[in-house]
Design a protein around this ligand. Structure first.
Ligand code: FAD
Length: 461
């Protein structure tokens, strides 16, 4: 048995929530230990945000070269037929992940955080036992942070294994599936389905919902659906998965009967659930919020000295939410005053085109506020969008009619993910339509459409 470690702060899980929390606490002089059972960086760096965006970029490059090779590019560019070495693409993606993982390890080291590799199990609210490679390690802390993240949901009718993979499995595929069926048309399914369609797979998206990306309104998702159609992606919507039939095909129940789909790979991307199993949750007295660990505006659980951050605490399950919660908890443990009370958490779909949404949907805004003003500008009226090949899509601003305070901003279009920063800032700072319309936006940029949308909402464009 190894010597017991004692520390002021113990963080369980080194994803974006956990590593940001530990690094910041360490920088503030808090004696901190972080435990990670797989790789520092968590889902986001290793099997989530970063690897998926790397593959999406590679697929975009490949699709562009294919367009040039078709000799139909309006840009007057022609190129030879490109080829794809997916194993090399995956190696390039893995190198980026390795670099970022190394960066996180360096960050923790510079902040004097001790990293313990192994699976942690809570014995009580102040003690965990970690199964390390060299034996059991007990760690006792004054405060602990649960940052165990989330894991992909498995369908009982289509368990992972064989040709059925989660996003983690698909992101590691070194051979291109000829026929890829994606079950789940949420952002992960549509992002990866689009990328593989661009690589050359024949992709079919299946979902029980009647349309793709159902958490966004139909206007926002229409350009994405049009692009999927142009890429030849098949859509089976309103269809329930029954399972693999004896001939290895996927059976789905559509409104009109049972269909069987041929597939070399099936990606199941039907959502993620908080990782609350097998780490000793039952030893703690924690209130729950459905499947999630309930926290207050300081990320405190119902047990004194026990905090929780990131995906394990609820929606939106996004890396930037986890990181900010991590910062808040580190500051609190370092005796600083902080609350986690964001006005807005941006959500982005890195689809083609991209969608960004900050604040409530238009319908929700209408329900909350007596009257709203909406300004919408299509990218077909934006010079920069035209030069980017991205005339489809629009920017939309929703503001309260009484005082013009902006409550929501959305966009769909090429490269609009970068607008999320100005959207978030506007909402967080309580900007009014006049603030945005009166700010000089550089020309020619997509941002001009934001300024114009504010002016339109003020009815003075
Ligand atoms: P995680 O990143 O899940 O980290 C939790 C860590 O805890 C893991 O490393 C795990 O090994 C460790 N752990 C769990 N239990 C234990 C234990 N008992 N002992 C020790 N260690 C333990 N979000 C975005 O914001 N933008 C995106 O573009 C985006 N794209 C995504 C694409 C995909 C394919 C996926 C799957 C997710 C994506 N996400 C994206 C979501 C994002 O990855 C998560 O919101 C984020 O990683 C959550 O951070 P976290 O710190 O809460 O948990």
């Amino acid at each position: 048995m190894m010597k017991e470690i004692r520390c002021k702060l113990l963080v369980v899980g080194a994803g974006p929530g956990g590593y940001v929390c530990a690094a910041r606490a360490g920088e503030r002089g808090v004696d901190t230990v972080i435990v990670e059972e797989r790789r520092v960086g968590g889902t986001c760096l290793n099997v989530g945000c970063i690897p998926s965006k790397a593959l999406i970029h590679a697929a975009d490059e490949f699709a562009r070269l294919n367009e040039y090779a078709s000799r139909r590019s309006p840009l007057g560019i022609a190129a030879a037929q490109p080829s794809l070495d997916l194993a090399q693409t995956i190696a390039w993606k893995d190198a980026i992940v390795g670099k970022l993982d190394g960066g996180v390890a360096g960050l923790l080291k510079r902040a004097h955080v001790k990293v313990v590799l192994g699976r942690a199990r809570f014995r009580d609210g102040k003690t965990v036992v970690v199964q390390t490679e060299t034996g059991e390690q007990t760690i006792r802390a004054e405060s602990v942070v649960i940052a165990t993240g989330s894991e992909p949901i498995e369908l009982a009718s289509l368990p992972f294994g064989g040709i059925v993979v989660s996003s983690t499995g698909l992101l590691a595929a070194t051979e291109l599936p000829r026929r890829l069926v994606v079950v789940g048309a949420g952002y992960i399914g549509v992002e990866l389905g689009t990328a593989f369609a661009k690589f050359g797979s024949q992709v079919t998206l299946v979902d029980v919902a009647p349309r793709i990306l159902p958490q966004y309104d139909a206007e926002l998702t229409r350009p994405v659906a049009q692009r999927l159609a142009a890429l030849g992606v098949g859509l089976k919507l309103g269809a329930a998965v029954q399972g693999l039939s004896s001939d290895g095909r996927l059976s789905i129940e559509t409104g009109t009967g049972v269909e069987r789909l041929d597939a070399d790979r099936i990606l199941v991307a039907v959502g993620r659930r908080p990782a609350v199993a097998d780490w000793g949750l039952e030893e703690l007295v924690l209130d729950r919020d459905g499947p999630f660990v309930r926290v207050d505006d300081r990320c405190r659980t119902s047990m004194r000295g026990v905090y929780a951050i990131g995906d394990v605490t609820g929606e939106p399950m996004l890396a930037h939410r986890a990181m900010m919660q991590g910062e808040v908890v580190a500051d609190l443990v370092a005796q600083r005053k902080r609350v986690f009370e964001p006005r807005a958490i941006p959500a982005i779909c890195f689809t083609d085109p991209e969608i960004v949404s900050v604040g409530p949907s238009v319908d929700e805004a209408r329900r909350t506020h007596a009257e709203v003003r909406i300004g919408m500008v299509p990218f077909s009226a934006n010079g920069r969008a035209m030069t980017l090949h991205g005339e489809s899509g629009f920017v939309r601003i929703v503001a309260r009619a009484d005082n013009h305070v902006v409550v929501a901003m959305q966009a769909v279009g090429t490269a609009v993910s970068e607008l999320s920063a100005s959207f978030g800032l506007a909402l967080e700072m309580g900007a009014r339509l006049e603030d945005i319309a009166g700010t000089i936006h550089a020309h020619p940029t997509l941002g001009e459409a934001v300024q114009e949308a504010a002016a339109r909402a003020l009815a003075r464009s």
